[in-house]
Structures are given as structure tokens and as C-alpha cells.
Design a protein around this ligand. Structure first.
Ligand code: S3P
Length: 168
């Protein structure tokens, strides 16, 4: 079984993936890292040079590949829920954990990070975050098997909650 972390940018997926991997001796697979390796560009460069549509296509093909893995912690990009096929693939062997956080925390963590390209270039950075957050929150809710909240609990506590749940 894979533990698949889904959730908005800045929710803490990558930090949680590292802790889970250490505690459970499972490897971490980051879809964004694999996309960057395959394209030999950063996410930012891919989006600027090829656009979001291309990024989402590459993301979908990487997600399909990594869904074949087992005993891994899969760290997905925040937009993975935009394509329902991604979720179908990730579900095959995956326990989907929604790494949630309050909008205020997400804003604080993401607003000043220039490595994360805006989803809608027509919006200012704050509206871009709020708009995507409100649109995606119900999707994460719909697809998740389990939720943790990094606004109300530390990353360590979230990791413990996930481990308790999967060991039930
Ligand atoms: C995206 C989130 C990013 C990355 C890309 C698209 C999104 O991943 O995949 O910039 O659509 O929210 P993180 O959630 O790891 O920042």
C-alpha cells in the first residue's frame, strides 16, 4: 500500500512525507521532483515555457507511472485533484490522506514563495490562492480516505495520526 498525500500548496505535504518515510521506512516519491527530472526544468520553468496544460499532461503521465509503486509515501502536487484520472490511478494501491491547513496559514506559507507559479496569471497572488483553495477544498474532501490538519496539529502529530489510522 502507498500513502498518498494530497492537499493545497503550503499545507505541509513534503515535510510530512519525509517524517512518514523515516518512521515507516518507506521511500518518498514526489511527483513534482519526477516531473522536474524528466523535463530537466523546474516546475516554474515548465509553466513559464510550456504552460499549465502541458504541465498537467506531464503530471498525469507521472502519476500513472508512480501509481504502480508499492510501500511508498507519494507526495503529490496541489493540483493533482484537477484531473479525476489521477485520483483513479492513485487509489489503486493508495490510502489518500488530505493534508489540510487553514487558509490563513496557507496564505502565510505560500504568499512569499516565488518558486510557486501563479495558477491564474490574471489574479493577484492572494486572490489566486483564495480562488484555488475554495475550488479545490471540496475536491480534496471528496477524494480523501483520511484527513490531518497542519494548522491545528504539528507535523509530528499528523504523522502519528496517519500511522495510527493505517495500523488499525
Ligand atoms: C501546484 C502545486 C505545486 C506544483 C505545481 C502546481 C498546484 O505543488 O505541482 O506548482 O496546482 O497547486 P505543491 O503542492 O507541492 O506546491
Amino acid at each position: 500500500m502507498n500513502i498518498v498525500l494530497i492537499g493545497f500548496r503550503g499545507a505541509g505535504k513534503s515535510s510530512l512525507a519525509e517524517i512518514l518515510s523515516k518512521k515507516l521506512s518507506m521511500k518518498v516519491i514526489s511527483s513534482d521532483d519526477l516531473i522536474e527530472k524528466q523535463e530537466n526544468k523546474t516546475v516554474q520553468e515548465i509553466v513559464v515555457e510550456n504552460g499549465w496544460k502541458y504541465f498537467r499532461e506531464v503530471e498525469a503521465s507521472i502519476i500513472e507511472k508512480i501509481s504502480d509503486e508499492d510501500e511508498s509515501v507519494i507526495d503529490t502536487g496541489g493540483g493533482v485533484v484537477e484531473n479525476p484520472l489521477n485520483i483513479d490511478h492513485l487509489r489503486i494501491r493508495g490510502f489518500l490522506v488530505y493534508v489540510s491547513a487553514g487558509l490563513k496559514d496557507i496564505k502565510n506559507r505560500v504568499m512569499h514563495d516565488s518558486t510557486r507559479p501563479k495558477l491564474n496569471p490574471l489574479l493577484n497572488i492572494e486572490d489566486d490562492i483564495v480562488f484555488a483553495f475554495n475550488r479545490r477544498a471540496p475536491m480534496y474532501e471528496e477524494f480523501m480516505d483520511f484527513r490531518v490538519n497542519t494548522s491545528t496539529h504539528s507535523i509530528e502529530e499528523c504523522a502519528q495520526q496517519i500511522i495510527k489510522e493505517i495500523e488499525k
